[in-house]
Design a protein around this ligand. Structure first.
Ligand code: CTP
Length: 419
């Protein structure tokens, strides 16, 4: 057995960039979705080599994949031309990751038995790279104890990764588990396999989005937070192996896959959710824009224009400072999670962030200038300063997912430093 090749280190914010990925396409109707998967992997910067089984070629032509990847598709282990041009051992050696999508019941069975009778199974057995299966098959085939045992064997004996299958309407007209995971979810699973798992074994709580403070059943006081930064942080932490609980105020964003999401409406519900989750976490990252005030006496029925009058005024009560409360309670207990706050400011950004770091007794403040058109609320990019006692670090303009990873780079170090 040759010595394991040293695994490349991938940047968790773009683990697919320049990665050599083999996509093995099995013979099922979901083979057409592998085209979108290959497109997304290529778009993310991966160099993709497609291998198709004989049955897969009944569903999709190799030309489609060749056009998407710019590489000839490997189909035949026994073709002298293909073997001399591509070579199954060379493909197996070069791979950073093998993704099999769709992994049909037949492919799963052959992989579990260690067969090498076609290009795909031969490459999967010959590689030292991680293998990620995206199963797709009829619900009865999926639930069959033999298929389940085959998968268990692959996971437990060979360390194979599995994503999906999803639950839904299947091409065979059955409804149930068996549907190929969405291509974007397979891509994220691939990112997780390649990204450094430097948050494995850590529990993170991330708050995100605005809070809506009710005036009556149809009106609320809110703010401009879209939740994008907090959602990006939660997804980024999950990619790096953390067990993540996302406490989300009302946003238009879909729930990220693979983590626990708790939806809350207002600051007091956020407070209860934080109380329930924060104390068992290694770190709490407070990216939510929690309202400082709430209507003092919300009505339980819709306020009519005539009742409100011509110059309405709203009496407000203060909401508790949740991060400040966590900081004070942690100081009282003498133990608790790492606390990370966000300071959205319009002027003297670092000065206010430093003052908040001290006032709220937290470990790291992520400061950003929300007046800048390419940073802060509702946009897809951000530019922040990481403020700690005695140190500031600038993180230049980048996408929110990338900023999230740069924040987490520091969180990883700070958690480790606390022991
Ligand atoms: N925060 C909180 N509870 C609140 C308000 C804010 O926990 N009621 C948290 C936010 O999640 C953020 C940090 O405190 O991590 C700073 O929020 P920010 O609105 O900038 O600070 P405030 O203390 O509300 O100060 P001000 O609005 O006066 O700038």
């Amino acid at each position: 057995m040759s010595a394991p090749r040293e695994r490349k280190v991938f940047d968790p914010s773009a683990p697919l960039r320049d990665a050599e990925i083999v996509v093995g396409v099995g013979g099922g109707i979901a083979a057409y979705k592998a085209c979108e998967l290959v497109r997304l992997l290529t778009k993310a910067g991966a160099k993709v080599q497609v291998i198709m089984t004989r049955r897969a070629r009944k569903f999709v032509g190799p030309l489609t994949f060749q056009a998407l990847t710019g590489r000839a598709v490997f189909t035949d282990l026994f073709s002298l031309t293909q073997e001399s041009e591509i070579g199954h051992i060379a493909v197996a050696d070069r791979a950073d990751l093998i993704v099999v999508a769709p992994a049909t019941a037949n492919v799963v069975a052959r992989l579990a038995a260690g067969f090498t009778d076609d290009a795909l199974t031969a490459v999967c057995l010959a590689t030292r790279a991680p293998v990620l299966l995206a199963p797709s098959m009829n619900v009865n085939m999926w639930q069959h104890p033999i298929t389940q045992a085959n998968l268990r064997r692959l996971v437990e004996v060979a360390g194979t990764f599995v994503v999906g299958p999803g639950d839904g309407f299947l091409a065979c007209r059955w409804t149930g588990p068996g549907r190929l995971a969405e291509p974007a979810d397979i891509v994220e699973a691939a990112c997780r396999v390649l990204a450094p798992q430097d948050l494995a074994g850590r529990r993170l709580v991330v708050t995100a989005g605005p809070t809506h403070e009710p005036l009556d059943p149809v009106r609320f006081l809110g703010n401009r937070s879209s939740g994008k930064m907090g959602y990006a942080l939660a997804a980024a932490a999950a990619r790096r192996g953390a067990t993540v609980t996302l406490l989300a105020g009302p946003t238009a964003l879909p729930d990220p896959v693979g983590l626990e999401v708790v939806h809350v409406e207002d600051a007091r519900a956020m407070e209860a959710a934080i109380e329930a989750h924060a104390w068992s976490a290694h770190a709490v990252i407070m990216a939510a824009a929690i309202a400082d005030f709430r209507p003092a006496a919300p009505s339980d029925r819709k306020l009519k224009r005539t009742e409100i009058g011509l110059q309405p005024s709203i009496i407000l009560d203060s909401n508790p400072d949740l991060l400040g409360g966590l900081g004070a309670e942690r100081a009282r207990r003498g133990a608790g999670p790492l606390l990370v706050g966000f300071a959205a400011e319009t002027h003297d950004v670092v000065g206010y962030a430093q003052a908040k770091l001290v006032a709220k007794q937290c470990d790291l403040m992520v400061a950003n200038d929300v007046t800048s058109p390419d940073a802060g609320f509702a946009v897809d990019t951000n530019r922040v300063v990481l403020v700690e006692r005695g140190a500031t670090r600038e993180v230049p303009l980048a996408s929110k997912p990338e900023i999230a990873h740069r924040i987490l780079d520091r969180v990883v170090e700070l958690i480790a430093a606390r022991g």
